[in-house]
Design a protein. Structure first.
Ligand SMILES: [Ca+2]
Length: 212
């Protein structure tokens, strides 16, 4: 009996070693992939800011304006701009932690990005003639000093009712914040009678809200 048991143990050890080698190889590959980014010239380079988590849910992660595709890069905390013809990433804009949704102001002059963990919306200049083109020019957020906590919790979907008014879904508060675009301030809050509003859209004078 002893030799047979020894053979089984030996085979088991060999399988364990092989499995460890395979797992190790796949871990290395995953690490390599997560550390890669693309420069303005389209070349791959190592990114030092990536923190793959994929925990924050998306609402509207992609938006298109003329030749540009705007994509929230959630683990890298950036908004990436892809040129539709060259299919290259032409810019990476640092935003807040875990960007999950992007919306373009109807006149095309601003890109708004909601940051799920930072509890903020980054407003990016999209006027190609402006000196701050593709830079953050304002941040929407709110803080309750008495509670010592954010009152703009876990923003997700963004929808514009025009160039003057925007809506932001505050998913964990079951609210929609109404934002005055000019002053970047919250002018009203709509209480939603459903849990976790995420994707939102304005159509024909109505705001549609999709709760989770
Ligand atoms: Ca929060």
């Amino acid at each position: 009996m002893k030799p047979r048991v020894f053979v089984y143990v030996k085979r088991g050890l060999a399988c364990a070693v092989l499995l460890a080698v395979l797992l190790g190889a796949s871990a290395v590959k995953t690490q390599e992939r997560s550390d890669l980014a693309i420069s303005k010239a389209g070349d791959l380079y190592a990114s030092s800011i990536s923190h793959p988590s994929f925990i924050s849910p998306h609402a509207q992660p992609i938006a298109v304006f003329r030749d540009s595709v705007f994509v929230v890069n959630t683990p890298s905390d950036t908004l990436d701009v892809i040129h539709t013809k060259s299919r290259r990433i032409t810019a990476r804009i640092n935003v807040g932690v875990d960007p999950v949704s992007v919306a373009i102001r109807p006149d095309g002059k601003e890109i708004w990005v909601s940051n799920h963990v930072s509890d903020s919306v980054s407003i990016i200049d999209n006027d190609a003639l402006s000196p701050t083109y593709l830079q953050i020019v304002a941040t929407v957020q709110a803080f309750d000093r008495e509670r010592k906590a954010t009152s703009f919790d876990e923003p997700m979907g963004i929808a514009f009712a025009g160039n003057e008014k925007a809506y932001v879904a505050l998913s964990s508060d079951n609210q929609i914040a109404v934002i005055d675009v000019a002053s970047r301030s919250i002018i009203n809050r709509l209480q939603i009678t459903a849990q976790d509003p995420r994707a939102i859209a304005v159509r024909n004078g109505r705001l549609y809200v999709v709760p989770f």
